[in-house]
Design a protein around this ligand. Structure first.
Ligand code: PEP
Ligand code: MN
Length: 269
């Protein structure tokens, strides 16, 4: 595999990404939390306030959603981005949202602090090159059928345009197992860390599709050496317009934070 820009040159080689007062890749634990989709002002503000209070570092919320069915909720579009930005500013949280189309780059870039490239677009090379021309951090999710080489080469596309502020995100791959939505490949974490200097986080919400697995798989991700986790959180998951079944409610998110913070501290002392 020919990695030119994102390879690990020596044992200590780490790409540290700074974004406002957030630092990713320096050994600290980063928690990205928020709803699958921004649904309303009340929903995103309540969530932002709660996750901030529990120590989350970044607020997530999709405004342009890649849904399996064209008849499912597609996101609030620019209105969703505005609400996400306002909530992030109000509670001092940098914000991340997904970008699906090269035509949306300018618009979304105007609202978010981190640009998310979703699983379905990991090999959308025009989109990768487009975000590669920006300076802003890019969270690159693993394609659901992508090998580590496919994934790292996709990151190399972004870096080759000049932007090496890339955070990798393991979010599960398709296997024959159907009990879980995806099979969360945690071996990717130490493997990627041995090959690349880029930080890597894990998304156990999409990675498993089961709320009950978010806590154990977050712990496992941290034990495997991940730089952080991204979890879906909703004030009332049962009423969510997307992915409620894999979203934590506030009580569950509080419990998650209370368990993963000391674990990270213990493992990194
Ligand atoms: C998401 O994080 O909102 C999302 C759609 O995830 P993925 O691209 O991993 O399916
Ligand atoms: Mn989702």
């Amino acid at each position: 595999m020919e990695l030119r820009l994102i390879s690990k040159k020596n044992e200590q080689d780490k790409k540290i990404i700074s974004c406002k007062n957030l630092v990713i890749g320096d050994g600290s634990l980063v928690v990205i939390a928020g709803p699958c989709s921004v649904e309303s002002r009340e929903q995103i503000f309540k969530t932002a306030e709660f996750v901030k209070g529990q120590g989350a570092n970044v607020l997530r919320g999709g405004a342009y959603k890649p849904r399996t069915s064209p008849y499912s909720f597609q996101g609030l579009g620019e209105e969703g981005l505005k609400l996400l930005r306002e909530a992030g500013d109000t509670f001092q949280l940098p914000v991340i949202s997904e970008i699906m189309d090269t035509r949306e780059v300018e618009l979304i870039n105007g609202y978010v602090d981190i640009l998310q490239i979703g699983s379905r677009n990991m090999q959308n090379y025009s989109l990768l090159k487009e975000v590669g021309r920006l300076k802003k951090p890019v969270l690159l999710k693993r394609g659901m059928a992508a090998s580590l080489e496919d994934w790292l080469m996709a990151a190399e596309y972004i870096a080759s345009e000049g932007n090496d502020n890339i955070i990798l995100c393991e979010r599960g791959i398709k296997t024959f197992e159907s009990y879980t939505r995806n099979t969360l490949d945690l071996s990717a974490v130490p493997l990627i860390k041995s090959m690349s200097a880029l930080p890597i986080i894990v998304d156990p919400s999409h990675g498993t599709g089961l709320r009950s697995l978010i806590l154990p798989m977050s712990k496992a991700s941290i034990a495997a050496g991940a730089d952080g986790v991204m979890v879906e959180v909703h004030p009332i998951p049962e009423e969510a317009l997307s992915d409620g079944f894999q979203s934590l409610n506030f009580r569950e998110f509080k419990d998650l934070m209370e368990k993963i913070k000391p674990l990270h501290q213990y493992l990194n002392q």
